[in-house]
Design a protein around this ligand. Structure first.
Ligand SMILES: O=C(O)[C@H](O)COP(=O)(O)O
Length: 245
């Protein structure tokens, strides 16, 4: 049986401040550090071992992965970082407080920006300091790949490309893989794996710092999935109470 573990980074300082984050490179909050440590402890206690770990180029996910691997005494395994696992780009909303934005534009509009599959938030202007296309970490992006904003569909396309080209071949030869990524990156991946229709994804939220295990068949189609708690797998369908802001 093939198994892959997905984990959303621990709480970040902007999760705590309730700000749209996207590609902004904020770090974990003290609580997020602890969530990552607990996730590593849970995985270790449940006997999980990984051959490789994949993450984004954003430090909240990288640090989560590092803490988990440290807790599991697996810091020696190969690590891979890709912008394709970055959080969904939140365009000109990045940095704004979510509650204040809802007051300004209305709950309905903000819900559309956050949870529809095809509505893109207002785009960043290329002159905006938040447009970081020339940052060293993004130098390998092809022309036009650096987003000014993204819908969940846009995010899904790049995540699925990474899954199909990089992760799936390794899973197929029996490697055990950890993916430490972001709320919307993982929503997009889960939408793809579980073939969730566009109108079925709005209520799917992935909590910070909780290991989510997917068991897959030989064709890499999901058999079942569950979150891991300190006492083992949570009953299928259980969503842990630690929800994103
Ligand atoms: O980028 C962000 O702001 C969050 O990590 C995910 O935000 P959302 O729950 O508003 O999509």
């Amino acid at each position: 049986m093939i198994r892959v573990v997905l984990i959303r980074h621990g709480q970040s300082v902007w999760n705590l401040e309730n700000r749209f984050t996207g590609w902004t490179d904020v770090d974990l909050s003290p609580n997020g550090l602890e969530e990552a440590r607990q996730a590593g402890m849970i995985l270790s206690k449940q006997g999980y071992v990984f051959d490789a770990a994949h993450t984004s180029v954003l430090k909240r996910a990288i640090r989560t992965m590092w803490i988990i691997l440290h807790e599991m005494d697996l810091t020696w395994i190969p690590e891979f970082k890709s912008w394709k696992l970055n959080e969904r780009h939140y365009g000109a909303l990045q940095g704004l407080n979510k509650a204040e934005t809802a007051v300004k534009y209305g709950e309905e509009q903000v819900h559309l920006w956050r949870r529809s599959v095809d509505v893109r938030p207002p785009a960043l202007d290329k002159s905006d300091p938040r447009y970081e296309a020339s940052a060293p970490r993004y130098r390998n992006l092809q022309k036009g790949e650096f987003p000014l904003t993204e819908s969940l569909d846009d995010t899904e396309r790049r995540v699925v490309k990474y899954w199909e080209e990089i992760i799936a071949p390794d899973l197929s030869i029996g490697k055990h893989i950890l993916i430490a990524a972001h709320g919307n990156t993982l929503r997009a991946l889960v939408k793809h794996l579980d073939r969730i229709p566009a109108d079925g994804i709005a209520d799917l939220n992935i909590p910070t710092g909780m290991p989510l295990v997917y068991e897959l068949n030989e064709q890499l189609s999901p058999i079942r999935h569950y979150y891991l708690g300190i006492d083992g797998e949570l009953p299928e369908g259980t969503i842990p109470s630690r929800m994103p802001s």
